[in-house]
Design a protein around this ligand. Structure first.
Ligand code: ATP
Length: 298
């Protein structure tokens, strides 16, 4: 694996508001990385900076070993699919022809297959497409471009469940044959969890977790039961989340439970449930800010 995207100390301020705060992050290829975070966490800003559509206030960005800014050779090796993609006033088939001219590895065969699968009307003007159809068109371009770097920023606004499944299946299929560096931001966290090799969570502009998806599965556990028993198990240990309801408490520890913890939890009659990726995101984002969790890096 090689580093395809490298951010060092990247900060982006908007009139005093810090959208990205000293982000240092290397993305290896080939991988599919999920970029997760709450609304306003900084995901779009991060992707726009990688795609050179936005400039950092400080820090350095390298894509495929070079700065992407005004770098046509790099920009043709990267595609950025965003939710609010704006197209010129042209027909679907012309949008695809334009993309085919721009991206050197464009696959007409894949584009045709996807257009059929998404049931996109090729002759219809893009501005007359429904919201979901526009998302599908952007996804067709994102996949058929076959670039080494693919940035999907919440690519499926308005896409129904069937079309989203087409996207996931086609992404995995094409990725298997043409591995590349895919960065995918989404709020449908559990829906994409199975696709991901790597998970990056950002909160308030900072990377708070960067780990291999395999290392995260089953790694964090929610422990719940009578408050006194929970307190005994977690005494003095860092927690991501604590919820109390009457005499009951549910806690997510910021570190994995070991075998002796599990035995003790059983003796105390506590319930233990592994966190899904979505629950992990909620727990991390809830408490991040004061206490960075980069220590959980695997
Ligand atoms: N052009 C801009 N001018 C001022 N503030 C901005 C601008 N673009 C983004 N921001 C602010 O930067 C922060 C990060 O925004 P960003 O769009 O990157 O978040 P996000 O994680 O993509 O959110 P969402 O999941 O809601 O799309 C937000 O507080 C947002 O209001």
């Amino acid at each position: 694996m090689t580093t395809t995207i490298s951010l060092t100390g990247v900060t982006r301020r908007y009139r005093g508001h810090v959208a990205l705060d000293d982000v240092t992050l290397d993305l290896q290829g080939p991988t599919i990385t999920g970029l997760l975070g709450r609304n306003g966490a900084g995901k779009t800003t991060l992707m726009r900076i990688i795609a050179a559509q936005q400039f950092p206030s400080a820090g350095q960005v390298l894509v495929l070993g070079a700065s992407p800014v005004e770098n046509d050779a790099i920009l043709r090796r990267m595609v950025f699919v965003r939710e609010d993609q704006v197209f010129p006033d042209i027909r679907v088939r012309d949008a695809l022809r334009m993309a085919a001219l721009f991206y050197p590895n464009w696959s007409t065969e894949l584009a045709d297959d996807l257009v059929a699968e998404f049931e996109l009307p090729s002759r219809r003007p893009v501005k007359k497409l429904s919201r979901g159809m526009r998302s599908a068109l952007s996804i067709v371009i994102g996949l058929a471009a076959r670039t080494e770097v693919v940035l999907f920023d919440e690519p499926y606004a308005g896409l129904d469940a069937v079309a989203r499944q087409v996207f996931y299946d086609r992404l995995l299929l094409d990725y298997a044959e043409h591995p590349r560096t895919v960065l995918l931001s989404t709020h449908l966290v559990d829906e994409v969890a199975g696709l991901l090799d790597q998970v990056v969570i950002i909160s308030r502009g900072r990377v708070v977790l960067n780990a291999a998806a395999d290392d995260l599965r089953g790694r964090y556990t929610s422990v719940s039961g009578p408050s006194a028993a929970v307190a005994e198990l977690v005494a003095g240990r860092p927690t991501w989340e604590r919820r109390t309801l009457a005499s009951q408490e549910a806690v997510v520890l910021a570190e994995p439970l070991d075998e002796s913890d599990r035995l003790r939890a059983q003796e105390l009659h506590l319930r233990m449930e592994p966190l899904s990726l979505q629950q992990m995101l909620v727990a991390v984002s809830g408490q991040a800010g004061e206490d960075s969790l980069e220590r959980t890096n695997a």
